[in-house]
Ligand binder design. Structure first.
Ligand code: NAI
Ligand code: MG
Length: 491
């Protein structure tokens, strides 16, 4: 059998903003560079959106929301458009995967087999919901007929990060479109390319002009303009807890737009001695090192029961040695660069803090000696809860391994964090699994698995990991307003 043709880094033209179905320069005329993190080279110039461009995009989205054809489109017709977009994503999977890999640095095997299929699957799941969004008939006292309508929340502003650019876009666009909203999306300044191509595919699928607008730009300008805009009804954000707080504050100080936030994490991954320890150790490795550690759910605190601690440490250390670090477009590569120089510097700062606070760096701990932003897979043993590397989200290939003695201690230490995005427990004892998963304060708990995502399963954070839920039926509640209609029956 002939092997699949190799995907090569694409040549990319300079990019514009996508507003009202047209490719436009920014009002200011400004552009910015998007960088290939594997080399540090500029890929192309991208029009830099700002307040004035967000204004134009919001006007276009408002007009599309309130006029034909979108305002009159049936749920099933919206569903057909979303299905069509999913089909186009699959038909263009290699090109989209190449855009993800050149812009973000993720290995092509991941972008082709994880990111892009996951993006298509999310659209397909929500396409199926589009004609199944409805209210209830509610019995009330007196001669009245009461029913609820689940109406689109309106114009939504969406701000996404760079770690899973296309997938994060699908988590935002798919439920919004199913619900009948219109969109102004700001991709991360590090990774604008896949969003711009997906806007083009959405147009090809037949979405009317103005339903989807994409305004690349920076956080403090374009992002802040979305958060503050008086004519945006809801803002959905994924990124750091710090910026999430700012967005909520801005929403409160402007028009009380609805807010959903999907923020950081410091997820505990608990391995008990009665687990299938080798499997748990292998998954624990990937729970942190997948996507160069740049996952909101990264299992960055590996809590291991005393009696199997050494065994787990040995297995994960040997896996670190097998990581294939290099060119993201080489199909054998399992670890690419971090997304940017800035993230790389932040991660190295955490590694230095781990060393100076007395954690034991058992493997890695350095930058890789080549162009681009590569960091060695790094494992710290003997990590204490009050160390910086145990408390703060690192968002890089740095794993903290923590020793514990019993169930109560594991639960207490796992929950000893301001975050609550995800957690996992490994044990063959069903009672222990049930007890621990109920006690963990996290939006997702995996039992004997890790990083299992599905468009049908709700996702979001407890505590400072977020507000609201994305994915599944729960996402729709965050893109609709409920209206009670009460009608007098003949007197
Ligand atoms: P960030 O939160 O600054 O950026 C995420 C998005 O928000 C980007 O589109 C950015 O342009 C936008 N943004 C930034 N400032 C804004 C503002 N004032 N108003 C509106 N939008 C704004 O995150 P950054 O700087 O890229 O990464 C820093 C840390 O955040 C990471 O090290 C990681 O710990 C965390 N993070 C968490 C993510 C998650 O999936 N939960 C994703 C990305 C980052
Ligand atoms: Mg880039």
């Amino acid at each position: 059998m002939a092997s699949a043709p190799t995907i090569t880094p694409p040549k990319i033209e300079n990019k514009k903003l996508f507003i009202a179905g047209k490719w436009q320069d920014s009002v200011s005329g400004k552009t910015f560079e998007t960088i290939n993190p594997a080399t540090g080279d500029c890929i192309c110039q991208v029009a830099e959106g700002d307040l004035a461009d967000v204004d134009l995009a919001v006007s276009a989205a408002r007009k599309a929301l309130e006029s034909k054809p979108w305002a009159r489109l049936s749920g099933s017709a919206r569903g057909r458009l979303i299905y069509k977009l999913a089909d186009l994503i699959e038909a263009n999977a290699k090109e989209l995967a190449a855009l993800e890999s050149i812009d973000n640095g993720k290995p092509i095997r991941d972008s082709l087999h994880v990111d892009i299929p996951g993006t298509a699957a999310t659209f397909r799941y929500f396409a199926g919901w589009a004609d199944k969004i409805h209210g209830k008939v509610i019995p009330v006292n007196g001669p009245f007929f009461a029913h609820t309508r689940h109406e689109p929340i309106g114009v939504v502003g969406q701000i996404i990060p760079w770690n899973f650019p296309a997938m994060m876009l699908s988590w935002k666009w798919a439920p919004a479109l199913a619900a009948g909203c219109t969109i102004v999306l700001k991709p991360a300044e590090q990774t604008p390319l896949s969003a711009l191509r997906l806007a083009e595919l959405a147009q090809e699928a037949g979405f009317p002009d103005g339903v989807i607008n994409v305004v690349p730009g920076f956080g403090p300008t374009a992002g802040a303009a979305i958060a503050a805009h008086m004519d945006i009804d809801k803002v959905a954000f994924t990124g750091s807890t710090e910026i999430g707080k700012q967005i909520m504050k801005t929403a409160a100080e402007t028009n009380l737009k609805r807010v959903t936030l999907e923020l950081g994490g410091k997820s505990p991954n608990i391995v008990f001695a009665d687990a299938d320890v080798e499997t748990a150790a292998k998954f624990a490795y990937h729970a942190l090192f997948f996507n160069m550690g740049q996952c909101c759910t990264a299992g960055s605190r590996l809590l291991v029961e005393d009696s199997v601690y050494d065994q787990v440490l040995e297995t994960i250390s040997s896996l670190a040695g097998k990581q294939v670090i290099g060119d993201p477009f080489d199909e054998k590569t399992t670890q690419g660069p971090q997304v940017s120089q800035q993230q790389c510097d932040t991660i190295m700062g955490y590694i230095d803090a781990g060393k100076s606070e007395g954690a034991d760096c058992v493997t890695g701990g350095n930058r890789v000696d080549r162009a681009g932003y590569f960091v060695e897979p790094t494992i710290f043993a003997g990590v204490k809860d009050d160390m910086k590397i145990a408390k703060e989200e690192i968002f890089g290939p740095v794993l903290s391994v923590i020793r514990f003695k019993d169930v109560a201690e594991a639960i207490e230490r796992a929950n000893n964090t301001m975050y609550g995005l995800a957690a996992a427990v490994w044990t063959r004892d069903i009672n222990k699994a049930n007890k621990v998963s109920a006690a963990l304060k996290a939006g997702t708990v995996w039992v004997n698995c890790y990083n299992v995502f599905d468009a049908a399963a709700p996702f979001g954070g407890f505590k400072m990991s977020g507000v609201g839920r994305e994915m599944g039926e729960y996402a729709l509640a965050n893109y609709t307003e409920v209206k009670s209609v009460i009608t007098a029956l003949g007197r």
